[in-house]
Structures are given as C-alpha cells and as structure tokens.
Design a binder for this molecule. Structure first.
Ligand code: 4AD
Length: 443
C-alpha cells in the first residue's frame, strides 16, 4: 500500500475526477460533471465543467466529436449533469491549466432554468439560494480554503502533542456570560447550546495536558455585522502548565502555520478570489503585542477621542489599531471588568487580566480570544459570586482548582473570521456552508 489510501471502485462509470486529470495527459477519460457555463462560436463549443473536485474546460470541435455530440453540447443548459468522455490536454492558455478534448456526452439529468445565471445577482437572492450558490467557483474556492485551515489545524496540534477532545454541545454552564445564550429544554431542566467548550477543555487539560477542540458554537448576539454569525465554529486549545506568554507563542505559531498552509496548498483558490497575498506572505511569528493601555493611547492619537479606559473596543477601534501593524497584533491586559470571570488577574496590577485578543490585519477584526485561567480556588469562587453566577452550576469547574490545580492557559480561534481574512472575503456569511444570521435560518 502507498502512503495515501485509495478508494477502489469497481465497475463505476467515473474513472477519474477533475483534480486527477494532470495524471492522465494524453489519455481518454470519463468524468461525471455538471455544466457550469458554456459558449460556442461556429464549429466549436467551450464547456466550463465542474465535478466538485475542480473545474476544467471541455472543448467540443464539431468535425472531431461529430454532429450529435456537438449539438448536444450546444443545447445543454446550465447545471445539467452528464458523463463526459474526452482526451486530456495540457494547455497553459486555459484558465484551469488543462483541457478536455470532448468525444462523448451522456446526459444524466437536464437542469431546467437554473436560477443562478452568470449575470450578477443580489446578496439576498444568493443567500436564499445558498444550497445552489455553493456550486459557484467563488464559493468553491472559499470552502477549499476553509477545508485547508481545518486540515492544517489538525496537523499542527496533532504534531505538537495535543489530544483532540470533544466538549458537549448541550450544556448547563455558560462560560462567556449569560446574555447571548440559546436556551433549550433538556427534559425537565434548562440547558443551553454551547457558546464555548472552554470550561470542559480545562477539565480535559488536567487529564491530557495539551488538548484542542473543534466544534460549533452558538451565540444569540443581536449583531448584524460582517463579522458576526449566530452559529460559528471555534478551535479551542487548552494547555496545562502554560502561562499567558506561553499561550501567545502557541497562538502566533499556529496562525502562521495555517496561513503558510493556505498559501502553499490553495494557490489556485486564492487566485480565483483575487486575493492579494503580499500581506499574508509577511505573517510569521512573532506577532507584535500592544497592551490595552497603549491601545487606548494609540486610539486617542488616531482621533478616537471618546474612548475611555475601561471600555471595550468596537470594530472601528480594532481596525484602527490593526492598521498600525503589518501582521496580526495581540492586544493584551484588558481591564478585568470587561472580560469573563475566569481570567487570571495580573499579579502586579489586579485590575487587568492576563488575556489577549488577536486582531487580524486589513480590517478583519478579532480572530482569537484567550487568557491564562484563574487557578486559585478562593479567587475563582469570589469571581463566580461577583458575576452573580450559580455556585452550584460551577461546582465541577471549581473542583479543578481543588485537586492538583496548575497554571493553565487557552484560547479560541473563530474559524469563519479566519477564513474571511485569509481568503480576503468581505463578509463571514460566505465562509460557512449554511450561515445562520440574525435574520436567516434558511436554507
Ligand atoms: O473571544 P471569545 O468569545 O472567546 C471564547 O469564547 C473563549 N472561551 C475561548 C477560549 O479561550 N477557549 O471568542 C473566540 C473567537 C473570537 O475571537 C472570534 O474569532 C470568534 O470566536 N467569534 C465569532 N465568530 C463569528 N461570529 C460570532 N458571533 C463570534 N463570536 C466570537
């Protein structure tokens, strides 16, 4: 057996996929495809074909393919599915690098009046047709980049000794505050949809040392911005014996790794999206750090005179701060009062906590939130009470500080904001297959 396991199909009509054509130059192949677009001039028809793995141009020359195949090609409607047979040609002029000299077409299903035509459509129309919009070249490129980030994430954490642990989705405790929770009935009890797996990951870190999770996250935020989803995916690493600064090192190396992986493995997708990659090329650890105090000062210098110490930053503030740096920038040491209850106060200045938000360049905003966690039982209990949280609900979480408590830190990276930044897509709605937004739960 080779390095990569192969799927063996016997008797399947489809012999190869578009992603494999480069291994079949000069050969006749059959591929199951959909018609993405077409144009014809005189005795030649150009078919833009897709099969899910990629796109390729099929060239149907009347004199070579014959009258019947040529007429079928010319009259085919957009999104018709068929088996195409042809010879693979390398062609530098073709937008896809390869061409298929078509010799046969076997229609599977004719599509009638496909709603998304090559002309421009409005966003709401495209969102209503998200189940079809996903087929477009642009959406294909974004999803491939998302997939590469997920792949690189597993690779990074697996090769650095982390264990993947899956926290629950239905929970009885709320790490990030109680206002943005989705409530649900859990038989006779009240439950919530997870808004972070962090507390469970802390338990896991005490059992496995270094852990990470990757799962859906739900926030009933009434925010209608280009950065907010109601349901999004978060990667949450948690590390025992890691202090604040150790966690920042992991974060900058992890983010550099995923950026490099996308640059190396998604060249065509980035090109398709028209992404200027010059800024991404500069993303390598270490990242600059700025304290909350200095960020306030910087904002005052930049004309945001109204912002006062103790207030949280909004999107315009984050964008203004990020503009001063070429790479993602950490804003550290926020006031304790505007951060969750579990963050470790700075021993030298207890009014600020050992935390950092990582702000992406080019206006994409915060992609990571993280901190060192309180490891002292009494302090954690006091914070739970200060925040008016139920001591009973957090009993198990307090237990972690009763039995061999250690310094530990962790963070959460929002996948969709990261995909938006790396692929250069303006709005997070295009970075998840079926976005859940303030006014949208369909399709
Ligand atoms: O800063 P947040 O709220 O951090 C936590 O939930 C921590 N418990 C994570 C941890 O330490 N384990 O969220 C983390 C990240 C944000 O930086 C952002 O990228 C993303 O999650 N995020 C959202 N993404 C899309 N839509 C939303 N409504 C988001 N809210 C947060």
């Amino acid at each position: 057996m080779g390095d990569k396991p192969e799927i063996v199909l016997e008797g399947n009509t489809v012999k190869i996929t578009i992603s494999e054509v480069h291994q079949h130059i000069g050969e006749e192949v059959t591929i199951g495809v959909w018609l993405n677009n077409k144009r014809s001039s005189g005795k030649i028809a150009f078919l833009e074909l897709r099969d899910g793995t990629g796109f390729i141009q099929g060239v149907v020359v009347k004199n070579e393919a014959g009258e019947e195949v040529f007429q079928t090609a010319k009259s085919m409607s957009q999104e018709t599915s068929f088996y195409v047979t042809g010879t693979v040609r390398e062609d530098a002029r073709s937008p896809f690098g390869y061409e298929l000299q078509v010799t046969g077409i076997e229609i599977i299903h004719e599509a009638v009046d496909y709603p998304i035509t090559p002309k421009a459509h409005g966003t709401e129309f495209l969102m209503d047709h998200r189940h079809l919009w996903l087929r477009s070249r642009r959406q294909h490129a974004v999803m491939k980049i998302r997939n590469e980030i997920i792949r690189a994430t597993y690779e990074f954490f697996n090769t650095h000794g982390f264990t993947k642990i899956d926290p629950p989705i239905l929970t009885g405790s709320a790490p990030e505050g109680t206002t943005e929770l989705f409530h649900t009935k859990y038989f006779d009890e009240e439950a919530y949809l997870s808004q972070s797996g962090q507390l469970y990951m802390e338990a896991a870190a005490m059992a496995f040392g270094k852990v990470f999770s990757f799962g859906p996250t739900f926030r009933a935020e009434k925010s209608k911005t280009r950065r907010h989803l109601i349901e999004f995916w978060m990667i949450e690493p948690e590390m025992a014996f890691y202090e604040h600064e150790d966690s920042l090192k992991v974060q900058e190396q992890y983010v550099s790794y995923i950026v490099r992986s996308v640059l190396e493995n998604c060249k065509l997708d980035l090109h398709r999206l028209g992404r200027d990659t010059s800024k991404l090329e500069q993303v390598s650890a270490p990242f600059p750090r700025i304290t909350y105090d200095d960020a306030i000062e910087l904002l005052h210098e930049k004309g945001f005179e109204d912002i006062k110490w103790g207030e949280d930053f909004g999107a315009p503030h984050e964008t203004a701060i990020a503009e001063s740096f070429d790479k993602p920038v950490f804003i550290t040491h926020y006031p304790a009062a505007i951060k969750p209850f579990y963050m470790q106060p700075d021993a030298k200045r207890p009014e600020v906590v050992l935390c950092a938000d990582l702000i992406a360049p080019e206006g994409y905003g915060e992609i990571i939130g993280g901190s060192e966690r309180i490891n002292d039982y009494d302090l954690l209990l006091k914070r739970i009470k200060d925040f008016n949280l139920s001591e009973e609900a957090y009993k198990w979480y307090l237990d972690l500080r009763k039995y061999g408590s250690v310094p530990h830190s962790g963070f959460g990276l929002g996948l969709e904001r990261t995909v938006a930044w790396i692929s250069g897509v303006e709005h997070v709605r295009e970075t998840i297959p079926f976005p859940r937004l303030l006014n949208r739960i369909y399709p």
